[in-house]
Design a protein around this ligand. Structure first.
Ligand code: SF4
Length: 286
């Protein structure tokens, strides 16, 4: 029942379902019936729920159980009518709500501050940390050049959030949504992605890679992990900062209006009413 909309889904490249399809060579669906569809919901300022893509894995519910004592969301109804309760918006009113985005294996729960700003395979994941009062502060930064596009918790080869000192490495919303400057973080180095997926391209398990010549040619100097992409690319014009504009870039962004962006909201608040025309991030007019 999951839609085959990978080309327009923000989770593409890091979706467990997509990875499984590739792994098992499933190129087409055998599902012949009408698919169930739902309107999108903005649940709070940071998360969007696209129930159409939900595979009812219950992960977000278990996480909500761990991060709050007052979980008020779960699966409502049965069978084909099952859906995540809209009371999820109340459950996520806490400082660790962003972790539900990380555990969602498909594109049902996505980061509203990152949606459609960049494809994940264009970004370079880096392990980084900061001293945080609320969480362990150990994260993965997703950079393009020197711009931080998003911050996530660190994941293991099964796509699960890593544990540190026997505790789950949940990160707080301050680290995730408010610390998007490289200077906020101490960079440890490139993230090793051991999972089979598009974002691990070039890092497949079992492949034999030639010795890295970098050390030889750098004569003891450290490689520059963070390049200023504005200096080396004509596409990334010096005054355009894709990570800082409100939503996804549009034609105008590169045509003089450097702050112009598509709107990354659905206008569906707390699960009520249909999307309004012209405000959807996929609307070509925006
Ligand atoms: S984690 Fe994602 S796919 Fe799983 S139940 Fe929650 S919204 Fe649905």
């Amino acid at each position: 029942n999951h839609p085959l909309d990978c080309p327009v889904c923000d989770q593409a490249g890091e979706c467990s379902l997509q990875d499984l399809s590739y792994e098992h060579g499933a190129v087409e669906t055998r599902y012949e019936f009408a698919r169930r569809t739902f309107v999108r919901e903005d649940i709070g300022p940071y998360i969007q729920l696209h129930m159409t893509r939900c595979i009812l894995c219950y992960r977000c519910i278990y996480v909500a159980d761990q991060i709050t004592n007052n979980r008020v969301h779960g699966i409502l109804d049965r069978g084909d009518h099952s859906e995540i309760s809209t009371y999820i918006s109340k459950a996520i009113d806490n400082d660790f709500s962003g972790n539900m985005i990380d555990v969602c294996p498909v594109g049902a729960l996505t980061d509203r501050t990152f949606r459609f700003k960049n494809r994940v395979w264009f970004l370079k994941p880096l392990d980084a940390h900061r001293n945080c009062e609320k969480c362990a502060g150990k994260v993965t930064l997703w950079n393009r050049g020197d711009e931080v596009f998003r911050v996530t918790s660190r994941k293991d080869e099964w796509g699960e959030v890593q544990s540190f000192d026997g505790k789950p490495g949940w990160i707080c919303n301050t680290c995730r949504f408010e610390k998007k400057n490289t200077s906020d973080w101490t960079i440890e180095g490139p993230t090793t992605i051991s999972r089979h997926s598009v974002i691990s391209a070039g890092h497949y398990v079992g492949t034999v890679t030639p010795p890295d010549p970098l050390k030889k040619v750098l004569h003891g100097r450290q490689p520059h992990l963070l390049l200023d992409i504005h200096n080396i690319s004509e596409v990334n014009q010096p005054d355009v900062h894709l990570s800082e504009i409100e939503g996804p870039a549009v034609g105008k962004t590169f045509d003089g209006e450097v702050h112009a962006s598509g709107k990354n909201v659905t206008d569906v608040k707390i699960g009520l009413g249909p999307n309004k025309e012209g405000t959807d991030s996929t609307n070509p007019e925006r």
